[in-house]
Ligand binder design. Structure first.
Ligand SMILES: [Zn+2]
Length: 337
């Protein structure tokens, strides 16, 4: 059985497909960063190659162990990593797809099924996407493709229409907090803070539990966001320029920052509606209260729309500087009293 905390619907669908050997040749697994897409993909890769009959993936056989360690010859993860010394840094290019095509018609080396995981399928270049389309039109036997992306819209429709779509949703905050306390030794108060910040993305929460720098990074971004809300247009443009540059270097990180904006503004709106106990950024309560008093609820809603629109524009590969400048240009100013 698949060992994944939460995501019951997706797990049940995959387990049913595995039991009756009805796996599709290609899946598009979508959901926010760190929600569990890669964890699910690796477990599927294990399940279709596991050596223990009846309990796939067992997690302990030779095949499962090698897949988890990234050393199985038939399981390949193509991942965008801005820090990597080899492999794609900002976009998945045609080389990765060529490799797939070259090896797809060979028999698997050591397992039963070749699995290609495209982690960051939304970053695929047009050349890569077109080459992949040909593979999806005539899928080779014994090959499974798992495309991971933040949303269905972020991948070309010609690709998504040829994949089975599985969407992973964030877990309830309370479930994340319980897992942090039970499995990661976190105290109740800290678990609540981290779970709220995780937006229900368990992978992020676990990483934050063991890596203080991650939380520090979020607080740094929030500090900047709090400043930009209070700044004039010129400084706001300075910020959008910086964020656009960051987007070119590290798309996922810049996207994360825009999600922090959404959370910040959502907190402001909650306070305006008298729901200040439900805010996510509890450590920033005073600043959020100040912003809630200096904006009208209509202003906050408009700003939320602007951020959402700029995320959508970036997903459609709009010019990042332009998309972010538009957001800043149209964003309301704080009322001074
Ligand atoms: Zn196994």
């Amino acid at each position: 059985m698949l060992r994944l905390q939460g995501h019951d619907a997706a797990v049940q669908a995959f387990e049913a497909a595995l039991r009756c050997a009805r796996m599709h040749h290609a899946y598009l697994i979508t959901g926010p960063a760190h929600v569990g897409k890669l964890t699910l993909a690796m477990q599927i890769a294990q399940a279709v190659n596991c050596l223990t009959a009846g309990d796939e993936p067992c997690g302990t056989c030779e095949a499962c162990t090698r897949i988890a360690a990234g050393t199985h010859a038939d399981v390949r993860v193509i991942r965008v990593d801005p820090e990597a010394t080899e492999g794609p840094k900002t976009a998945i290019g045609i080389d990765a797809v060529r490799e797939l095509i070259a090896s797809a018609h060979l028999r698997p080396y050591e397992g039963r099924t070749r699995v290609f995981v495209f982690d960051g399928a939304d970053t695929m270049t047009n050349d890569a996407a077109n080459a992949l389309l040909k593979v999806l039109e005539e899928p080779p036997p014994d090959v499974r493709l798992l495309l991971l992306a933040p949303s269905q819209d972020s991948v070309l429709p010609t690709i998504t229409s040829r994949c089975q779509h599985v969407e992973l949703h964030p877990l309830p905050t309370i479930q994340v907090a319980q897992i942090l306390q039970a499995d990661h030794g976190m105290g109740a108060e800290q678990a609540d803070i981290v779970a709220r910040l995780s937006r229900g993305c368990l992978g992020w929460a676990i990483e934050a539990a063991h890596e203080p720098a991650l939380l520090a990074g979020v607080h740094q971004s929030l500090e900047r966001i709090a400043e930009v809300v209070e700044e004039g247009l010129e400084d706001r443009f300075g910020y959008s320029e910086q964020l656009a540059r960051r987007f070119q270097r590290d798309r996922a990180a810049a996207r994360e920052e825009l999600y922090l904006w959404l959370r910040w503004l959502r907190d402001v709106l909650l306070v305006q509606q008298g729901q200040s106990n439900s805010i996510v950024n509890v450590s920033w309560r005073d600043t959020i209260l100040r912003h809630a008093a200096a904006l009208t609820p209509a202003d906050t809603v408009r700003w939320l729309h602007l951020v959402t629109e700029s995320i959508e524009a970036l997903d459609r590969n709009a010019n990042p500087r332009l998309a972010l400048d538009v957001m800043m240009l149209e964003a309301p100013s704080l009322r001074t009293t």
